[in-house]
Structure formats: C-alpha cells, structure tokens
Design a protein around this ligand. Structure first.
Ligand code: SF4
Length: 381
C-alpha cells in the first residue's frame, strides 16, 4: 500500500463506528483522516486541485454503497459481449494507466471503498437464486483493481469464502498488482479465478504508472496457481507499436515459464479502444504517452480502434503463439464484432447469450478436467 502514496482518507460521517470501516482505518497507519458529509463533498474538495484525477489516486473515500452493488457489464453496441456481471465494491484504483477509461467515466475521482459488504452478499444471493440454472460470472475488477488495497480492506477474505459456497457462480478478482498474500490460505474451492492483465514490461513502465511489473504479476500468479486457484489472463488493451510482435511473444514466453497452461481458465484479447472523450484527457495528463500515435478510427459504437485488419492480425498471431504452448486454451475477444471473431477463429458466437453459454460450458469442463487446480462443484442443472 505504501507504494501508492495515499495522502488522505475521507471518512463519510455516516459510516463512523462501523466495524468494517474501523477495520480499514486500523490498517491504514498514519494516513490523515478527514471527516466528510458524503461523496459529493469529496468530489468538490478534489475539484480544487490542478489535477483532480491524479489527486484522487492518492485519496480514499470510505462510505456506504447506496445503490446496487451488482450491474451488468455495459459492453458496447453492435459487438459481442459476454454478459459479465460487475461488482462495485471498490471503485477506482491507485494505478494510473494512461488509457484508463475511468478517467472520464466516474464522477468522483477518489478511490471509493464501500463498507456494507453484507448488503452486497444479500444482493448477490438474490441474483443467483433468481436464475439457478445459469452460471453467473461476477468480478470486482471492472471499475477498479480488485486487489490493490486488499492489504487494507481484507475484502478477499470475505469474498472468496462466500463464493466458495455458491453453486451457480464463478467469481473473478482481476488485478495489475502482486497483492495476493491474503488469498493464499483461503478455502476457495476453485470458485474464485485470480486474473492478471498483462502487457510487455516496456508498456507497463510507460503506460501503467504504479502497477506491478509483469514479472511481479507472474510470480504472484504462480503462487496462486500453487494454491489451486484457476488463473485468468487479459491481454487488454493490446497496444500496437513497431516491436509489438517481439514483445508480446516475450510476454507469452514468460507466462508459460511460470504458469501451467492447463490451469488457465480463460484468456481475453482486446485491442486498445477508447471513447472520444478520453483523447484530450490522455494528452493533458500523459503528454509523454505514445498510445495515441497509432492510426485509430471510430467504429460504429463511437469508440476509436485500430483498423480491423490490424486487430485481426494481432489477435491471430497472439492466439497462435498462445496455442503453441497450450492448444486447448479458452480464448475470447472483448468487445469485438462477429466479423472479427470469424476472421480470428473461423467461427463466432451468434449473440451475447451464446457466448455466455460457452463460458458456462468452459467453467464446467475446466472443473472436471482440472482436479489438480480446482475442486469446482457447480450445479449441473
Ligand atoms: S488498473 Fe484498471 S482501473 Fe486502474 S487505472 Fe489501470 S485501467 Fe484503470
């Protein structure tokens, strides 16, 4: 946690005395605590800084979630999406990626930690029991990093055992850190996937400020695999630059030096893409960044992407390099069209529901094929 340089904790008066909030504060050492009257006051205070987004990366807000914890991934129009469910327990993150869409998406720049985890569990129970025949995939890593502050919140020690008991769900913690110490002794029963976003070290150093190095992430992944967790990998965003082939091949080589491919439950590929509002933010906050140098064009969902031919070439090559190591990997594309799926794999899911179904099959076949890694016991209705 020290490496993230937290400068202040805003404590919502409404959660003073709450045992979860007190537990987090007791782990926070000497960080000054400022009492506030809710998230809007925090947003107002941070707006007075020259770089509110940057200052927000050094500011925690401890408060209560007043809305729904669980939401469907918004996906994107006219593209295949996988019906993933997002849990908003910690929103925003201390890592500062130049390409992060949250920079223009959140209305509060602070890293917000919600302490009413019991309400989250009640909402999840309701969702799972409302559709017992479906295999849900839920994760905390879409609007923040799942583990960056786990040393302080210890949320994983409640989440992992909770999901270990549930029949029709698989839960994912997604991170760019090596903060896995809390996970290693938990009784996960193979129901929690620990996932890492991966990129070449050069890009991590240039575009993912404060994130762990690739080597650190893979050492952490190796530890989790030794404890039987299914491992996920996300090549997202894939970034084009002249040496991309050499460098991404190097990433894949390093992955398989440490990770047994049979214990990888899924791998996603997603080319760099961004909504138009992000361009001026990247230029302003990361003037040295090179990610906007490539040729990027708006697609029919309004987001800028590399040319389709380039994306297909990158995906195909990466799929090939991965399958050279492990032919049976489950690899999917994030936010791509049916046409791109066809060109990369020679087939495409017909729609979002079909992809969701494939994930359910994957989870079930992984559980039966990988006793060594997982003791998943999903309801086979
Ligand atoms: S780790 Fe994820 S949430 Fe955090 S800044 Fe990077 S892209 Fe955004």
């Amino acid at each position: 946690m020290a490496r993230y340089g937290v400068r202040r904790i805003f404590l919502d008066r409404g959660v003073m005395g709450d045992p979860v909030a007190e537990g987090i504060l007791s782990e926070s050492g000497e960080i000054p605590v400022v009492l506030v009257n809710g998230p809007q006051e925090v947003a107002r205070r941070l707006s007075t800084f020259e770089d509110p987004l940057g200052e927000g990366k050094h500011s925690l807000l401890i408060t209560r979630q007043r809305g729904d914890f669980v939401k469907g991934c918004p996906g994107t129009h006219n593209h295949i999406c996988c019906r993933y469910q997002i849990i908003n327990l910690v929103v925003n993150c201390p890592i500062d990626c130049s390409y992060c869409i949250l920079q223009g998406y959140l209305n509060n720049p602070a890293i917000t930690i919600y302490i009413n985890i019991e309400e989250l569990f009640a909402q999840v129970e309701e969702k799972l029991s409302g559709d017992p025949g479906r295999v849900f995939r839920l994760g905390t890593g879409e609007l923040g990093d799942s583990l960056a502050f786990d040393g302080m919140t210890r949320f994983s020690t409640a989440l992992v055992p909770f999901f270990a008991e549930k029949a029709n769900v698989i839960f994912e913690l997604k991170t760019k850190t090596d903060e896995v110490d809390n996970l290693l002794d938990l009784d996960h029963r193979g129901k929690t996937v620990i996932s890492w976003s991966v990129n070449p070290e050069k890009l991590i150093a240039e575009e993912e400020r404060s994130a762990s190095t690739l080597e650190e992430r893979l050492v952490a992944a190796e530890k989790c695999q030794q404890e039987g967790y299914p491992i996920g990998l996300h090549f997202d965003p894939l970034i084009y630059y002249p040496e991309w082939e050499r460098d991404y091949r190097g990433v894949i080589e390093k992955i398989f030096e440490r990770i047994d491919g049979k214990g990888i439950i899924w791998i996603s590929l997603g080319g760099f893409r961004f909504p138009p509002y992000l361009k001026p933010i990247i230029r302003n906050r990361f003037p040295a960044s090179k990610i906007l140098w490539g040729e990027l064009f708006p697609g029919n969902d309004g987001k800028f992407r590399y040319l389709k031919s380039l994306r297909v070439e990158m995906y195909r090559k990466i799929v090939g390099w991965l399958r050279d190591y492990e032919p049976n990997l489950f690899i999917y594309l994030c936010m791509e069209s049916q046409e791109v799926w066809e060109k990369v794999f020679g087939w495409s899911p017909k729609n979002n529901g079909a992809l969701d179904h494939l994930f359910a099959q994957r989870v079930r076949s992984f559980s039966s094929a990988c006793d060594r890694f997982s003791i998943l016991s999903l309801d086979r209705k």
